[in-house]
Write a protein that binds this ligand. Structure first.
Ligand code: 13P
Length: 250
């Protein structure tokens, strides 16, 4: 049984004070079991999150890290430091990082290795543009991204990791992939994992859908066989909305 994940991705929003206010608003209201609630926040807000998560059923995610543990890399965040402070996940390969910061599949693969080496888990993002979908290239593009991201990762490590399918045309646009479209691609990704690894690994790896997930559509998405959760931008920033998402099965 794969435990569902509802993961917020705040992107470049909220300062430490706003983070504190959000956390106070959700205190005592997250599901104790059955769902893993995760917040991915800017590096400057992670300290508040890790303190909160010591007493509350919340897991924490960084939105990026570098692939070296330390050194002369001005402005980067060390995966070792994230691990030392108690961070659980690192989101890597988000389309915004690929598009605006030139992140390549090779970088993402190196980051995945660095994250696992530091006892955290990667949330590996993938997704196609509208042009790629319309040209019929979405499946080959997305499975190619996954194949490159997981190179050299053991079956045991991948089984614990998370993949997030986020069609670029559905991010922040209010345009959700239909639950059937999301299920279809998430299934293709699971099949790809089965072909690269084995059926057991494919059965264990959790695959999320992201792109305009909100309280109004989360139930339908979550009812699909292969969809194990949501990676949520806009709708994760308001406490009530995040709580509604995290408690989708109540
Ligand atoms: P929205 O939920 O705002 O569409 O963002 C999705 C996303 O990019 C999560 O990583």
């Amino acid at each position: 049984m794969r435990t569902p994940i509802i993961a917020g991705n705040w992107k470049m929003n909220k300062n430490p004070q706003e983070t504190q206010e959000f956390l106070e608003a959700i205190k005592g209201k997250l599901p104790e079991s059955g769902v893993e609630a995760v917040i991915g926040a800017p590096a400057i807000d992670l300290n508040a999150l890790t303190w909160f998560s010591k007493d509350e059923p919340l897991k924490t995610a960084a939105e990026n890290c570098y692939f070296e543990d330390a050194g002369a890399f001005t402005g980067e965040t060390s995966p070792k430091a994230l691990s030392d402070m108690g961070i659980d996940y690192v989101i890597i390969g988000h389309s915004e990082r690929r598009q605006y910061f030139g992140e390549t599949d090779e970088d993402i693969n190196k980051k995945a290795h660095a994250i696992l080496k530091n006892n955290m888990l990667p949330m590996i993002c993938c997704g196609e543009t509208l042009e790629q979908r319309e040209a019929g290239d979405a499946e080959s593009w997305v499975t190619g991204q996954i194949e490159n991201a997981v190179k050299g990762i053991s079956a045991e490590d991948l089984a614990k990791s998370v993949i997030a399918y986020e069609p670029i045309w559905a991010i922040g646009t209010g345009k959700t992939a239909t639950a059937d479209q999301a299920q279809e691609m998430v299934h293709v990704i699971r099949e790809k994992v089965a072909s690269l690894y084995d059926a057991d690994t494919a059965d264990k790896v959790r695959i999320l859908y992201g792109g305009s997930v909100k309280p109004a559509n989360v139930k339908e998405l979550m009812s699909k066989e292969d969809i194990d959760g949501g990676l949520v931008g806009g709708a994760s920033m308001d406490p009530e909305s995040f709580l509604a998402l995290a408690n989708f099965n109540k």
